[in-house]
Design a protein around this ligand. Sequence first.
Ligand code: ADP
Ligand code: GLC
Length: 487
Amino acid sequence: MNKILFVSSEAFPLIKTGGLGDVAGSLPRALQKRKQDVRLLLPGYRSVLAQIKQPHVVAETFHYGQRIRIVETLLPGTRVKTWLVDCPAAFDRPGNPYIAADGHDWHDNAFRFALFCQVAVDIALNRCNIGWHADLVHCNDWQTALVPALLDCYAQRPATVFTIHNMAYQGLFDKQTFFTLGLPHVLWHPGGVEFYDQFSFLKGGLAYSDYINTVSPTYAHEIQQPEFGYGLDGLLRHRSDRLSGILNGIDHDIWNPGNDLHIQYRYSPRTLKNKTLNKTELQTALRLPVDASIPMIGMISRMVEQKGFDTVLGALHELVQWPLQIVFLGNGLAYYQNALTEWAKHYPDKIHVRIGYDETLSHRIEAAADLYLMPSLFEPCGLNQLYSLRYGTLPVVRNVGGLADSVCDTNETSLANNTATGFIVTDNKPATLISTLQRALLYYRNPDVWRQLQVNAMNQDFSWQQSAEEYLDLYQQALENNPKRVA
Ligand code: ADP
Ligand code: GLC
């Protein structure tokens, strides 16, 4: 049984802003089921600690003049032991984990997540006497990326695995910040955390972890190219023998139309009629024209450039001429929020926009819609297309990253051999999205073919079954090749 410290800045259901939360909420459980001794380490944000009924402090440590308490709990709904880093100066504040109310990053993010990383190191090495030391530390995204770098400064240390969920977020700060944080000077060089005279958290993970992986095979390939590598493609090519792609799984207990508690009418491939009832229910609730025959398109997303909102906005003038309904749920950049809200004001019968974060509504949209829109410019994995497949809501996706690895375009061949599960948009032009949707709607008009496509989609298995096994293999390699393993 390996002792795995799983370090993440979010995990569902305690805290989630996007797919990282889903993965950190479900992969540890999948690993635990495979006999791993997994501990999850999370920041003790105000909203997270508020959910803990009887905080049980198991250890204390000090960094940056702060007294830090480690609160132990179970990840709700699971048996995964979870440690929360309770440091009010870093985490006791309202709102989003990364962004202040003014829409900008919290001014002290470098301090907050450096502190989080320092605590992860303490725990991994059993320096705060919890009585548990890690064999392997699994870090996720830039907020945790200093952990492999800091651990590498020790003569003996656990093995390290770093997962890239999104290269677009790098934790880039100025040089002074590195020195102000009192980080080991040996890390400051172009092969370390220095990135063109700036301080990159992400490079800590990329340069120092024993193994790197990302969340789909195609994205693992893409980030080694200049177009998707953000200047780090060279380093990734250099480490390509230690870089792989493992597609995310989804939690079938949470995302399952057969037992989803958020939706009114549960369904399976055999009871697809109930899916239509969910559509009627949502049309009624959102005051859209109630008509089961009108195709409904859903989109649930952080409203950022990555997700292809420019393509969508460029296509709307045409789409609103068609008999269809589009339901958007999301929040993010004011520009996208405002532009979509304007469209909804002008076309209330066609477009519904809900600005905000709403877990229940996200399930209801997945259950109600016929098509799911995800024309991302890049997509490390993407979870909503996986949820959509499971809900028989055919995804319309760009052929990038995990989207390319999970959706099979509908054409004569894929229809004939029942592998067709969605529709691929081949570039970022609004005209291409329009023609792809046109193509999709032709199939929609043929109920038998559409039902077959839905069944194909629903029969796909993107549970953690296979991906968790791939993580176990990766851990095994990392454990065997740890140059500094404790003898
Ligand atoms: P990313 O991590 O880049 O945001 P993913 O597709 O991997 O993209 O995961 C997004 C997750 O966040 C999904 O579970 C999606 O349903 C959820 N989500 C995004 N925006 C919202 C929102 N406004 N309300 C509810 N859930 C949301
Ligand atoms: C990131 C990516 C998304 C991925 C998620 C979980 O936020 O943008 O594609 O699914 O992480 O790995």
